[in-house]
Design a protein around this ligand. Structure first.
Ligand code: NAD
Length: 353
């Protein structure tokens, strides 16, 4: 049994779907269902007895204590977070509350639980914290990619709150011996990605004939990883990562945003040609850049590759094609997100819980 937090969101849902496709080990999924939590992501698990969904907050000590007592998980994987940089600029408080205070409460519950375990269970227990490469700040065009020893210099309220949570996790290992692991991953893309983020926003807006907003000159560089490759990295770290260590996870795929826009538009031209002719790229509109926008992130993932033998299965070309195809194949999922109907989905499918 593992306890996974935030697994109605983009990466967490992909993680649980992959986990249960590959293993019979049950999952308890604790998610607050903020605007980013979409139970429809987990609709294929409706009749799967190995998945239990619990709506709740990682900062709710009584609830988390009870789940740990009741289910005795051998691991906790923490995806729960406020995750959107733009939202953190307009309203940072939720980010501090969940990413910093919530992670602190979760760590306290886990520490209390872990300290009371019998020796074998105690030795085998793991707390895996899922984090981002954004904690490392920004790079110049010729700087070497981030390694696990790059100093933290977060620039947005989002990345600062994730940096704080990473430090807490690290401190719980150093101070209390809690068996923690941390992963810092680059930008993910793939199925079930909420359409406020660049790639799904491009697909959804392009198909709706809307503007494709590009920040500034579109030359901000990011490393991109197909979400299922991130999930396989997390499974690998959980299985064999060294306690207290941090592992950078990336796709060896640095690309300026404008190239992402061109690729997505080109795939849509091929897979769903515009009915009146023309190209989706013509819908691009350059908008004022995000304040404090980091110019470049690049990740050196050689540690996880050399130590744990992990590497991505998808190239950017194969992953982005699968992603665009998934959005074309799942118009209902997109429509429910756009109409807000996904918020009611839980009550309709599971009954209130
Ligand atoms: P997401 O916003 O899609 O999902 C977050 C989930 O957490 C949602 O289901 C939400 O309901 C839940 N949640 C929020 N606050 C909660 C709380 N207090 N208690 C319980 N659940 C809560 O995010 P994502 O893109 O899936 O990211 C998951 C994790 O991976 C985050 O920690 C993020 O920082 C990290 N990460 C994301 C990326 C990326 O490209 N998306 C890259 C690297 C790391």
């Amino acid at each position: 049994m593992i306890l996974v937090t935030g697994a109605a969101g983009f990466i967490g849902a992909n993680f649980v779907l992959d986990w249960l496709a590959q293993s019979e080990e049950p999952v308890v999924n604790l998610d607050k269902l903020t605007y980013a939590g979409n139970p429809e992501n987990l609709s294929s698990l409706r009749d799967n007895q190995a998945h239990r969904f619990v709506q709740g907050d990682i900062g709710d000590r009584a609830l988390v204590d009870q789940l740990l007592r009741e289910h005795q998980p051998r691991a906790v994987v923490n995806f729960a977070a406020e995750s959107h940089v733009d939202r953190s600029i307009h309203g940072p408080e939720d980010f501090i509350q969940t990413n910093v205070v919530g992670t602190f409460h979760l760590l306290e519950s886990v520490r209390a639980h872990w300290s009371g375990l019998e020796s074998d269970a105690k030795t085998g227990f793991r707390f895996l914290h899922v984090s981002t490469d954004e904690v490392y700040g920004t790079l110049g065009p010729n700087d070497a990619p981030f390694t696990e020893t790059t100093p933290y210099t977060p620039n947005s309220p989002y990345s600062a709150s994730k940096a704080a949570s990473d430090h807490l996790v690290r401190a719980y290992h150093h101070t209390y011996g809690l068996p923690v692991l941390t992963t810092n991953c680059s930008n993910n893309y793939g199925p079930y990605h909420f359409p406020e983020k660049l790639i799904p926003l491009l697909i959804v807006n392009a198909l709706a004939g809307k503007a494709l907003p590009v920040y500034g000159d579109g030359m901000q560089v990011r490393d991109w990883l197909y979400v299922k490759d991130h999930c396989s990295a997390i499974r690998r770290v959980l299985e064999a990562g060294r306690l207290g260590e941090t592992y950078n996870v990336g796709g060896w795929n640095e690309k300026p945003n404008i190239d992402i826009v061109k690729t997505v538009c080109g795939l849509l031209d091929e897979l769903r040609p515009k009915s009146g002719g023309g190209h989706y790229f013509d819908q691009v509109t350059y908008v004022k850049d995000r304040p404090g926008h980091d110019r470049r992130y690049a990740i050196d993932a050689s540690k996880i590759h050399k130590e744990l033998g992990w590497k991505p299965a998808e190239t950017f070309d194969t992953g982005i094609r699968k992603t665009v195809q998934w959005y074309l194949d799942n118009p209902e999922w997109v429509a429910h997100v756009q109409s807000g109907d996904y918020r009611n989905w839980m009550g309709q499918q599971y009954g209130a819980s």
